[in-house]
Design a protein around this ligand. Structure first.
Ligand code: SIN
Length: 484
């Protein structure tokens, strides 16, 4: 029996695990990842925004980016705790080698981003995992997926785990923290690793937890075109790069006063429009010394076969602003269940997240949730463990890939950057059928890939339904309705 079970090993899960363990709880951290690269945190380029000496300005930027839909209390919590959390955990405990300067990204009124070049995530996640590995109160299980939450009389009591050796067993815990990340695998083009199948969101929704703001899926405007999307950080625009259409025009000057540094949803829509109108959009990096300022990113762009001076870009799914609804300690509507990081909806991001606030939110809410979880009393009684089929009846050839492709087609056609209510209605119908089919398969087969597919299909339907109902704001723009 564990005090605190953490599901997921990005910055939010690590932060929750560390806070709980430092407060004396014994912590089991289970993660699907076999290597840090399988977490979105590792891929994070930009950095971690901090308040510096102007928390009001930081809060105002978050609220403006969020298009009036942020929860002011959540924003205050984030802003007030940002600098201390970064200093205490990332600098003093983990010794993350932040650059001396502060970076600038879109919709920030000043340079306030702590970064390690344009590969911040990688430089903080590896030391975080190493630190937890050495912590006497923490056990890490890699290559271990959570299949279902365990409940007992309405209270969450851990999760059914699928281990690396293919066995499945119950991890019973006094408190459970979801830190399973985003939903990028539901979309054909995403900046997330393909492990981002929305597992925590789907499991929580099945268990009856409240979810919110699922209409607000953020698309990043500058991701290389084609099948293997590579994020080109906003920091590059922050350093001076500009966007040009196929005719060489710098179109953002006509779209927004802040041009390339307008809020992300505005830039993403403009990039999509210009691609449609003129055929292509390029990130022109010649106003800066791209190679010198962003050497690793420059190398990756070249390796991917693109001209680093003029990189063809298109929007790709990047971040879900909503998620499992939580309070300022990460508590969900289900007793003893917490959610932190991208799987959670804290209210900080409103309808569009400000750049470089996701690692920060994971860090701050992870700490809060971990401390709170560690303070809870132990629970008596045994949860019900769902019975699982023992064998996998053979799946039809290409079953999982085929269904995933169908999910991608529906999400790209109807639940992407451009939406309209009729088309969302069609998406709901198609996704209901897909979910029904994947539910049926998951009932008779214990394979992890089937569980992940089922989660992705569940999440696709949740996103489409939320978008069908939501009023347009931020990154949820409806065709024919004026956006900001
Ligand atoms: C980026 O580097 O452009 C992404 C940063 C973020 O998503 O906050």
């Amino acid at each position: 029996m564990t005090d605190v079970l953490v599901l997921g090993s990005g910055i939010a899960g690590c932060s929750a695990a560390l806070a709980a363990a430092d407060d004396g709880a014994n912590v089991l951290l289970a993660t699907k990842a076999e290597r840090p690269e399988e977490s979105t945190t590792h891929w994070a380029q930009g950095g971690v925004a901090v308040a510096r000496d102007d928390p009001e300005a930081f809060a105002a930027d978050i609220a403006d980016a969020g298009d009036g839909r942020c929860d002011p209390h959540a924003v205050d919590v984030l802003v007030e705790e940002a600098d201390d959390a970064v200093e205490e955990v990332l600098v003093e405990t983990l010794d993350v080698p932040f650059a001396d300067d502060y970076g600038r990204e879109a919709a920030h009124s000043e340079a306030r981003i702590r970064h390690v070049g344009a590969e911040t995530g990688k430089h903080l996640l590896a030391p975080f995992l190493a630190h937890l590995d050495d912590h006497p109160n923490v056990t890490i299980l890699e290559d271990t997926a959570a299949l279902e939450l365990l409940t007992d009389e309405g209270r969450v009591r851990g999760a059914l785990l699928d281990r690396s050796d293919g066995t499945q067993d119950a991890a019973v815990a006094d408190t459970t923290v979801l830190a399973t990340g985003g939903v990028g695998a539901c979309f054909p083009r995403s900046t997330n690793p393909d492990t981002a199948t929305g597992d925590g969101l789907a499991m929580a929704a099945r268990a009856g937890a409240d979810v919110a703001d699922l209409a607000y899926v953020q698309f990043h405007p500058t991701v290389t075109v084609g099948e293997n999307p590579l994020l080109v950080s906003e920091a590059v625009r922050g350093a001076g790069a500009v966007l040009r259409n196929a005719d060489g025009e710098r179109f953002m000057l006509d779209v927004h006063d802040d041009a390339e540094l307008a809020p992300r949803d505005v830039v993403a829509r403009a990039v999509a429009d210009e691609r449609e109108r003129t055929g292509e959009v390029y990130l022109d990096t010649t106003p800066l010394d791209f190679r010198a300022e962003f050497p690793t990113l420059h190398e990756r762009v070249v390796e991917a076969g693109f001209d680093p001076d003029s990189i063809p870009v298109a929007p790709a799914e990047h971040f879900l602003c909503g998620g499992v609804d939580v309070d300022d300690r990460g508590r969900t509507s289900l007793d003893r269940l917490y959610a932190v990081g991208e799987v959670a909806r804290t209210g900080v991001h409103g309808a569009n997240r400000l750049a470089s606030t996701s690692l920060l939110e994971g860090l701050v809410w992870g700490r809060r949730a971990g401390r709170d979880a560690a303070s809870r009393s132990s629970v008596a009684g045994e949860p019900e463990v769902p019975s699982r089929p023992e064998r996998d009846p053979a799946l039809p050839d290409g079953f999982v890939d085929g269904k995933l492709e169908r999910l991608h087609r529906v999400m790209a056609a109807h639940v992407g950057l451009r939406r309209d209510r009729e088309s969302l209605q069609r998406a709901c119908a198609a996704l209901r059928r897909l979910k029904g089919e994947t539910d049926a398969y998951a009932r008779t087969r214990p394979a992890r890939e089937v569980a992940e597919l089922r989660n992705a299909a569940t999440v696709g339907l949740l996103l489409a339904r939320a978008a069908r109902e939501a009023e347009p704001a931020g990154c949820h723009a409806l065709e024919g309705v004026p956006c900001r």
